[in-house]
Design a protein around this ligand. Structure first.
Ligand code: FRU
Length: 514
């Protein structure tokens, strides 16, 4: 019997063994090498991110039948280290109530739901049902909230028989993306829901019956688009005893550089509603690049780490980007922290520590860049990570930065405009862009809020994306690009005066898929 068991394990591991995967697996043009992407077909928002028993679960908006958006399912993958992922079967599929839109998962440790069967704590998912028939009929009640549960570590899911747990009796057109958490101080569950131009807060003792407790945002922050995918969590302000609550809200349109983007608020939460610390008209973006949307954080993480993951695309062109077989990837998982800055308390982010494990042997000979004799000798043939410090003291440079380029003359530029104190990226000459007039019209900008004379940059370059953490993650830009051949060189430039690089380190990064 034992042997049979072992044999079964052996056969099933052979089934997915790396050796059997064709060379083309995760190796198509533009296929991200250090980022999560589905094996095939369409993906959008990360959903239901929860840590349980050594595994980080990632569910995601998924349409298994096509590379464009369609009837939404929850795709599923797990990771023990936040970098390498194992694909699992689809977790939730549409039913008579509709498609399965975005939502969250919690670990119901005390079985408040009564849905536990067996030894494992039940995982409870709440998601939005979207009823396409009602949507067509225009009755405005096509979105409701449902729950599902798993008693086997997220492997199989059962939809609750009493769904929807929150019907849409008020007929609210946009009514979606529930994010749940355990509110320790009150000893109950809280759920935050996006409702058109604001968010609502609900509470529950059993994850099934929910009561409305408050709302926030009708006149606060950016309203350039419908509010979606909220998240709410407490965070310690670094080097202080203060804790503030952070509210993330994504907007489908109206981002700082056009299209989809995610804003955040810092304030207090009393178990019923959120109060903004800042002025209603203050707008703060978690990322100024065009390709970080619908991101939320993991629940139940060890050490209370706040780990964020975003969808690395933008609704303006997500469905037409030039990838075949699959569409879209996630950002790197990022640790979020709050920091006191001259402008106030701000969110800062950096990729999680585990990403360092992907580093190969560091590039040598980087000193020559610093002397300015050699404008840049980094030849790359895969993903890279670069950390550098640029000294602005006594510099007369007016603009400085880096270029990624290939033999076809395609160039992606990122840099800093000294006079306007703005970071920028430019993908107008970085390869394919005819698929959408919105993809590469102009430079994209981010205001630099840090005031030090040193620029500190931390960059992660994959086959079709850049994640750029400037000034210890105070300003972030995430951008896609589609060169017709991979970029093979990284060079530095400066205009109006020499570039003074104080320090630079760089590493090739190992693929997470082989
Ligand atoms: C955000 C979003 C969510 C919705 C989901 C549908 O990108 O529009 O509001 O639940 O995508 O796929």
């Amino acid at each position: 019997m034992k042997n049979l068991f072992l044999l079964t394990i052996f056969i099933s591991s052979l089934h997915t063994s790396f050796a059997q995967r064709p060379e083309s697996w995760y190796n198509e043009p533009h296929r991200p090498q250090i980022h999560f992407s589905p094996e095939a077909n369409w993906m959008n928002d990360p959903n239901g991110m929860v840590y349980y028993d050594g595994e980080y679960h990632l569910f995601y908006q998924y349409y298994p039948d096509s590379t464009v958006w369609g009837p939404m399912h929850w795709g599923h993958a797990v990771s023990t280290n936040l970098t390498h992922w194992t694909h699992l079967p689809v977790a939730l599929a549409p039913d008579k109530h509709g498609y399965i839109f975005s939502g969250s998962v919690v670990v119901d440790k005390n079985n408040t739901s009564g849905l536990q069967k067996g030894k494992e704590a039940p995982l409870i998912a709440m998601f939005t049902y979207f009823d396409p028939e009602k949507n067509k009929a225009g009755t405005n009640d096509d979105q409701t909230q449902g729950i599902a549960y798993s008693n086997d570590r997220g492997r199989t899911w059962t939809k609750y028989s009493g769904n929807p747990v929150i019907p849409n009796t008020e007929k609210i057109k946009d009514f979606r993306d529930p994010k749940m958490f355990w509110y320790e101080e009150g000893g109950y569950w809280v759920m935050v829901l996006a409702v058109g131009d604001h968010v609502r807060f609900y509470k529950s003792d059993n994850l099934k019956n929910w009561t409305l407790t408050g709302e926030f945002g009708k006149k606060e922050g950016s309203h350039g688009g419908v509010w979606e995918c909220p998240d709410l969590f407490p965070l310690k302000v670094e080097n202080s005893k203060t804790t503030r609550w952070v509210l993330l809200v994504s907007l489908g349109t109206g981002g700082p550089n056009g299209g989809s983007a995610t804003q955040y608020f810092v304030g207090t939460f009393d178990g019923k509603t959120f109060v903004n610390d800042n002025k209603a008209e203050d707008i703060m973006w978690i990322d100024y690049g065009r390709d970080n949307y619908a991101g939320v954080t993991w629940s139940n993480t060890p050490d209370d780490d706040r780990i964020f993951l975003g969808w690395m695309s933008n609704w303006q062109y997500a469905q037409v980007v030039p990838t075949s077989a699959w569409r879209s990837a996630m950002t790197l998982p990022r640790e979020m922290e709050l920091e006191q800055t001259p402008a106030g308390i701000r969110l800062v982010q950096e990729p999680v520590e585990q990403v360092k494990k992907l580093r190969g042997k560091p590039y040598g000979n980087l000193k020559s860049w610093v002397s300015g004799k050699d404008a840049g000798g980094l030849r790359i043939d895969g993903p890279v990570e670069i950390e550098l410090e640029i000294d602005l003291e006594n510099s007369v440079a007016t603009e400085l930065g880096m270029e990624l380029s290939n033999a076809r003359g395609e160039v992606f530029v990122l840099g800093y405009e000294v006079a306007t104190k703005r970071y920028f990226t430019d993908r107008t000459k970085a390869g394919k862009h005819a698929f959408s007039p919105d993809f590469a019209k102009t430079r994209h900008y981010a205001p630099r809020t840090a005031t030090e004379n040193e620029l500190e940059w931390h960059l992660f370059i994959d086959r079709s994306s850049l994640e750029w953490f400037a000034d210890d993650g105070e300003t972030v830009m995430t951008e896609l690009f589609f060169p017709s051949e991979p970029f093979t060189a990284v060079t530095f430039f400066s205009k109006g005066g020499a570039l003074k690089i104080e320090e630079v380190e760089a590493w090739p990064l190992k693929t997470i898929w082989k």
